[in-house]
Design a protein around this ligand. Structure first.
Ligand SMILES: [Zn+2]
Length: 61
């Protein structure tokens, strides 16, 4: 099925570009957040899992 192959190929190219962009950002000194965590109790957003864990320990014991 040539169409399926083409679709898979396009997906590979896409993920390759995304990886490159992340590498580029690192070499230029940017930090790319891998995700945002929000507190279950007060919906406060945290860019790092460690800061969310610290928040949970200190604000919601
Ligand atoms: Zn909270």
């Amino acid at each position: 099925m040539p169409t399926a192959v083409r679709r898979t190929w396009r997906r590979l190219v896409h993920s390759y570009h995304r990886l490159c962009a992340r590498d580029d950002a690192v070499t230029h000194g940017f930090t790319v957040p891998t995700g945002v965590w929000s507190c279950d109790h007060c919906q406060e957003p945290h860019l790092e899992l460690s800061s969310l864990l610290h928040h949970l320990r200190t604000e919601h014991p």
